[in-house]
Design a protein around this ligand. Structure first.
Ligand SMILES: O=C(O)c1cc(C(=O)O)c2c(n1)C(=O)C(=O)c1cc(C(=O)O)[nH]c1-2
Length: 257
């Protein structure tokens, strides 16, 4: 051992940050493996193999996720110290909760109302959805995990966890086609949630990605972005695991939902 290396602690060079393209490539690699478009429940949905009860179970449980999205966005909003950013981020809350019409534009019932109509289109009473009855324990935990992640994380981590929306619009387009083809018993009005969300999701994902590129300056920041994104993929995957298991246990019990 040379005396120099014995005395001075070895400095490991900090890895250079990835370029924007490299970071996006890594997000896509994780999504290709872990995003919920690959979950067996979604695959069965797209192949037209779900029974009405199984679809109802999914709609009811996904409503629990939907109704918490504006809450987690309010938690993110409270972390943003820039007025312009808050003006932009608050739009997400209105997209889900709805907005009154005024001089600036027409009103909108909002995504939560559209999801309640989706529930009605598959035969679920909106009062049941609003009651929260029947939401599976695993779904409650997954959703709480996501909300708490955004409550406790840095703005960068919270916003990075929403980047799954980069992949949601294409999945929704697939879902709309599959529902039209395989589940004609669902009233077409029920698809409205997804039709509206495709464009909103693309815009929200572009906005979040631009912020992530701006804020994730170091490789360590970028690693945190990938961890947040992976965590969120796991939230969505766990939600479907819970639904998949519940419908497997209930097969034969036609009136579970
Ligand atoms: O149906 C889907 O597959 C899907 C996925 C995701 C997603 O990937 O996070 C969202 C949504 N839908 C959605 O409707 C939605 O409003 C939404 C908000 C967010 C978010 O993290 O802020 N993700 C998603």
């Amino acid at each position: 051992m040379s005396t120099a290396s014995a005395r001075a602690p070895r400095r490991t060079a900090r890895p250079l940050p990835w370029t924007d393209d490299e970071l996006e490539h890594r997000l896509r690699e994780i999504a290709a493996e872990r995003y919920h478009h690959r979950h067996p429940f979604n695959l069965r949905m797209h192949d037209g193999l779900l029974t009405p009860e199984e679809l109802r179970c999914w709609v009811l449980n996904r409503f629990h996720y939907q109704r918490h999205i504006p809450i987690k966005d309010a938690l993110i909003l409270a972390k943003l110290d820039d007025r312009e950013l808050r003006r932009s981020w608050i739009r997400r809350i209105h997209d889900h909760d709805g907005r009154d019409g005024d001089g600036d534009g027409p009103g909108d019932a909002g995504g939560i109302e559209r999801w309640l109509r989706l529930g009605e289109a598959v035969g679920l009473d909106r009062m049941l959805l609003l009651s929260g009855e029947g939401v599976l324990p695993g779904v409650r935990l997954a959703v709480e995990g996501y909300v708490n992640f955004c409550r406790l994380g840095t703005p960068l981590e919270a916003i990075a966890s929403s980047l799954t929306e980069l992949f949601a619009p294409d999945l929704m387009v697939t879902r709309i086609g599959a529902w039209e083809r395989h589940y004609p018993w669902i009233e077409p009005e029920g698809l409205r949630y997804f039709q509206v969300r495709v464009q909103q999701g693309r815009r929200d994902a572009d906005e979040a990605l631009a912020l992530v590129h701006r804020w994730a300056e170091t490789r360590a920041d970028q690693e945190r972005v990938l961890s947040a994104f992976t965590f969120k993929c796991d939230v969505l995957w766990s939600l479907l695991d819970a639904v998949e298991r519940a419908v497997a246990l209930n097969s034969g019990a036609a009136d579970a939902y």
